[in-house]
Each structure stands twice: as structure tokens, then as C-alpha cells.
Ligand binder design. Structure first.
Ligand code: OOB
Length: 574
């Protein structure tokens, strides 16, 4: 069952099997000596908090409230049930759950077993999930039954026979009031979590090596197929602990989980894991709309929430109408995409709380503005990295450091930034520098006070209100349409989302595909709905330049310009 076995660190690197590169041994030693990598495990953390905060509320989900003791006991049951079905240390398990209490139960059960959750988003569909199963070799897939009108069991049934490693589909009946659904559909390999509640309690906790994989996060992706991000217990728990410190979380913290909780921001920056670390309460928000979220803020006396910029704007609009009591709110985190300074400046007065900007990535580095920063810093910068051992470089196209204060490509390295993707050694050669810095694809400026300002992006990705769309993935799907000769997907500025997508399509001779047909084609192909182009323009030919052949990037920039608008937040063409 175990596919990652630690090799002795005396060999000069902490690299495991060939699946993912660890940190070079001198870095690992430094991070341990500094106390960043503490050796604590997530399973052990929950056990300890359940002892210390037994009767306090850990998670609220609808009308259900689980104490720390409840959560811990449910995690044990589930771990035993999963172990009884053959899930064990090192096994990968694709988890695709919305914001429900069971998300935490499943996550911690897998942590406790030393199994490795692969954190899919509820919006992912056949193409993405199939890819995660394939790339990770997952043995199990955890689904929510029906969610948002989509039957995930149907998808699981379709995918089961295509993935020989996949043996078990676990259905969490999040739509069933009062707990787990018992609606095991009877197809081979399916189990409902309800069965697991009667499973025996497990024996002693399996030994979990904190240097091993804790989870696989998803990259936003830019070139090729989006990659899986190998995060270890040591590194992930450090980012959680450090984030909880910067946000001054404590047992009185009540966190509203608004964004999809599998995402690195609401999960670990400091997110739900940071809140459990601090002994606080997580309130699961079933839908991000203000008319769902704001009544929950009032009902549960929420003190902290994390939003992407478009949601922050919606909250501001709703709060200005004054219908909800938001007096409990102390801190609003905004990140995932660039927050406009004008919007940032309104947060304090309209919501009556402090603003914290968060600039991070599932690959690792997270920057925060600090609670005691001057207002100007909190409203016009994206903060500074959380760890004193985060190393930041800003370089030009030739990897030469830019002068202080100039904008450059952001490279990062540190105690919780990966040194390579999962099973993607070839891709790593370009995604990382030879000395281990991750190339973020972001264009960033560092002010004299050390705070970072995100000025744009050099990666072929559209950031649609925090949701990352790798443009070449969408282009490849459109190219497969018989009426499409060529296509470029570009980001256009959008007042609400920051950016929206436009597919510019050149049809084959004699064909006249309609935008509706082409959008339908992307949807039917099985991509997440947020990747369906917002707009489709059918043009007779792409622009030509005097210099002849243009790069994809240059082409995208030209097209965005031709559409009469400047491409939003896109860096200089290369
Ligand atoms: C977060 O993580 P990802 O992996 O979905 O996306 C990372 C990318 C960054 O490279 C950057 O391009 C963009 O998202 N980004 C921001 C930003 N925060 C993220 N761009 C401008 N301003 C910001 N504040 O998005 C993420 C992970 C952990 C914490 C927060 C966000």
C-alpha cells in the first residue's frame, strides 16, 4: 500500500521515491532546527485539541454542531471503516466534497491513516477528476451524492471502470439532514459513510512520518495538464501554524468557510485547519452568496472570513444595505486575485472590521498584510511572506535580479514551498530554477518596507475572480471541435470578476459555428463550468504582424487589444 517510503536523509536529499522531490537535506535540517518543521501530525493535533477543548464546538454545519470530542470520535470511526476497506498509509484518495462538516471528518481520517487526500473542488467534472485519478493512482474517491444539481455518483460510476486502481467510492450524503446519507447505490465499489458509523474503533494510530506526503493540492495550471502539488505534514502544518499566528487566531475565533474549503486559501491560510489548530469554531457556509453567508455571520457571531475580491464586493454591497448584524466580524481576509485599492479602502468603514490581504499559492508561499500594519499597507499591498525563511527573488526574463523596487518575475523558495510537482519531473525542469526556486508566473514589485505588490502575470492563465483557468487547456478542447481551425483564449477586464475569458475562434473553411455551440462543446467535454468561455468571438483570421510568426502569448495580447480592451493584469508579451 505504501508507495512513498522515506530514504535516509543522509543521502543528501529528502527525496522519496521518484514520485516527488523533497528538500535538500541542508534545508530540511535548517527548517527543523528553526522549529518550523515540528514533527507534529494532523492526526495527533486533533487528538490533542479534542483533549484540551473537548466540549467546545469545532464545526457547525446547518443545524449540526460537532464538538472537538465529537469530531475526533467520528474521525476514528471513519478511519477504522476506511482501513477495513483497505485504505491505508500512502494510498491516494480523491476527495470532492463541498463545505460540509464531513469534509473535515474525511480529511482527518485520511491524515490519521497516513493516506493522502487529493483535494478536488466541487466544480470539477469528468476531465479534471479523471485526470486526478490517473495522475495520483487513487484507490478511493469520496463524493457528495448530489450537489448543486450534479450527481457525483453518476460521474463516479462512469469513472470506476476506467481506473483500475480505483476500488472504492464513498458517498457522503451531504444533502441528507442529520448526517451521512445511507444511499449506497449498489454499484460495485460503492460504500456509504453511514455503514462506517457502526464500524469498530481502530487500534493504535498508525505511525505517520511527518516528512511524508500529507495531501495533494491542485495547481491552477498554465502550460500542459495542471499538476498535483505534494505537500508534506511538516511543511503544511508549518504554514497553518504560522498563518494562525499572523492572524492571531484563538479559541474565540469563529471562522466562516465561504470559499470551497478544499482550496489552499480557506483550508490552510490559515483557514479551517488554522482555526482547529487554535481551538476555534469552523462554520461551514453552504453557498458563497451574501444572502446565505451574511445571515450566518449574524447567527454564529462569526469573527473571521476569507473571500476572493468579487465576493468581497458583493459583501460590501449587501452590507451597505444594512440588513444584517455584522458587528461580530473582526477580520476579513481577501486574496486569490488582486483586490482593487478602492475596494480595499471601503472594507473597514462598510463592514466595520479590519482587512487583511492574502497573496498565496497552493505550491506554497503565502504573504499576508499584518494586523498592525498601517492602513495604507493593508489597502494597497499584498503583504509579505509569513516565514522568516521564505526566500523571494524578483528577476527579469533572463533570471537576473531586477533593481530594488522594480517589477520582476516572482521566484520563491522556503520551508513550505514545494521543490517539484507530483510525478512531473519533466515539467519541474522549467517550473523551478536549478537551485529550487518555484517560478510563480506572477509579476511583483517589492516596496522598501518589504511588502509585495502584485502588478500582473506572465503565465498563460486567466484569473477569473480567483478561479484559475489554464488557457491552453480550454484551447485544446475547442480545437477538437470539427468546425474550429484555430483558437486563442484571452482574458478581458471585467469590473466584477477582475477578468473574464474570451475564446477567439477561426473556423475551418465553410463552417460557421455559433458561440452557443462552442460554449456547449466545452461544457459537454466535461470541463468545470468556470472554464467555459464567457464570450466567444468568431473571426476570419488572426492578426498578422510584420515580423511574421507570433508566439501564442503575443497573439493573445494582440487579440485582447483588438477586442478594444486592454488585457487585464497580463504582463509584457514574450
Ligand atoms: C491562491 O492559490 P492558487 O494556487 O489558486 O493561485 C495562486 C495564484 C498566484 O500565483 C497569483 O497569480 C494569484 O493566484 N493570487 C493573487 C493573490 N492571491 C493569489 N494575485 C493577486 N493578489 C492576490 N492577493 O490563490 C491562494 C492560496 C493561498 C492563499 C491565498 C490565495
Amino acid at each position: 500500500m505504501t508507495s512513498e517510503t522515506a530514504v535516509p536523509t543522509t543521502t543528501g536529499t529528502t527525496t522519496r521515491t521518484g514520485d516527488w522531490p523533497g528538500w535538500p537535506v541542508e534545508f530540511a535540517e535548517r527548517y527543523r532546527a528553526a522549529g518550523h518543521w515540528s514533527g507534529e501530525t494532523f492526526g495527533g493535533l486533533l487528538r490533542e485539541r479534542a483533549r484540551r477543548f473537548a466540549g467546545r464546538t469545532a464545526v457547525v454545519c446547518g443545524e449540526r454542531r460537532w464538538t472537538y470530542a465529537d469530531l475526533d470520535a467520528r474521525v476514528d470511526r471513519l478511519a477504522a471503516g476506511l482501513a477495513g476497506r483497505g485504505v491505508g498509509r500512502g494510498d491516494r484518495v480523491v476527495v470532492q466534497l463541498p463545505n460540509v462538516a464531513e469534509f473535515l471528518q474525511v480529511l482527518f481520517a485520511l491524515f490519521r491513516l497516513g493516506a493522502v487526500p487529493v483535494l478536488a473542488l466541487p466544480a470539477h467534472r469528468r476531465v479534471e477528476i479523471g485526470r486526478f485519478l490517473e495522475q495520483s493512482g487513487a484507490v478511493a474517491y469520496v463524493v457528495p451524492g448530489v450537489h448543486g444539481g450534479f450527481d457525483h455518483r453518476e460521474l463516479a460510476r462512469e469513472l470506476l471502470p476506467q481506473h483500475p486502481d480505483l476500488r472504492l467510492v464513498v458517498v457522503v450524503g451531504a444533502d441528507v439532514p442529520g448526517g451521512f446519507g445511507a444511499d449506497a447505490p449498489g454499484a460495485g465499489g460503492f460504500a456509504a459513510l453511514a455503514d462506517l458509523e457502526t464500524d469498530p474503533l481502530p487500534g493504535p494510530d498508525p505511525d505517520v512520518d511527518p516528512g511524508d506526503l500529507a495531501l495533494l493540492q491542485l495547481s491552477g495550471g498554465s502550460t500542459g495538464v495542471p499538476k498535483l502539488i505534494p505537500r508534506t505534514t511538516d511543511d503544511y502544518l508549518y504554514s497553518v501554524r504560522a498563518g494562525a499566528g499572523v492572524c492571531a487566531l484563538d479559541p474565540a475565533t469563529v471562522y466562516l468557510a465561504v470559499l470551497p474549503v478544499a482550496h489552499n486559501f480557506p483550508l490552510s491560510s490559515p483557514g479551517v485547519l488554522g482555526v482547529l489548530h487554535a481551538g476555534g469554531t469552523v462554520v461551514m457556509c453552504p453557498h458563497p452568496a451574501p444572502d446565505v453567508a451574511l445571515p450566518l455571520v449574524a447567527r454564529e457571531r462569526v469573527t473571521l472570513a476569507a473571500l476572493v475580491p468579487p465576493l468581497a464586493q458583493l459583501w460590501l454591497q449587501a452590507a451597505a444595505r444594512g440588513a444584517h448584524d455584522l458587528t461580530s466580524l473582526r477580520l476579513l481576509q481577501v486574496g486569490g486575485a488582486r483586490l482593487a485599492d478602492e475596494v480595499a479602502r471601503r472594507v473597514g468603514s462598510v463592514l466595520g472590521c479590519e482587512l487583511q490581504q492574502v497573496f498565496g499559492m497552493a505550491e506554497g508561499m503565502v504573504a499576508y498584510t499584518r494586523l498592525d500594519d498601517p492602513e495604507e499597507v493593508r489597502t494597497s499591498t499584498q503583504g509579505r511572506p509569513v516565514s522568516p525563511d521564505d526566500e523571494v527573488r524578483l528577476v527579469d526574463d533572463d533570471d537576473v535580479d531586477v533593481p530594488e523596487g522594480a517589477t520582476g518575475h516572482l521566484l520563491v523558495r522556503g520551508p513550505y514551498t514545494i521543490r517539484g510537482y507530483y510525478r512531473a519531473a519533466e515539467h519541474d525542469r522549467t517550473a523551478f530554477t536549478a537551485d529550487g526556486y518555484y517560478r510563480t508566473g506572477d509579476l511583483v514589485r517589492r516596496r522598501a518596507d518589504g511588502n509585495l505588490v502584485v502588478e500582473g502575470r506572465a503565465k498563460d492563465q486567466v484569473n477569473r475572480g480567483g478561479e484559475k483557468i489554464p488557457v491552453d487547456e480550454v484551447e485544446a478542447v475547442l480545437l477538437a471541435h470539427p468546425a474550429v481551425l484555430d483558437v486563442a483564449v484571452v482574458g478581458l477586464p471585467d469590473p466584477h470578476l477582475g477578468e473574464r475569458t474570451c475564446a477567439v475562434v477561426v473556423p475551418v473553411a465553410g463552417a460557421a459555428p455559433t458561440p452557443a455551440q462552442l460554449r456547449g462543446h466545452v461544457r459537454a467535454h466535461g470541463l468545470a463550468a468556470y472554464k467555459v468561455p464567457d464570450r466567444v468571438e468568431v473571426v476570419p483570421a488572426f492578426p498578422h504582424t510584420a515580423v511574421g510568426k507570433v508566439s501564442r502569448r503575443r497573439l493573445r495580447t494582440l487579440l485582447a487589444e483588438q477586442l478594444g480592451e486592454k488585457p487585464a493584469a497580463v504582463g509584457p508579451a514574450t
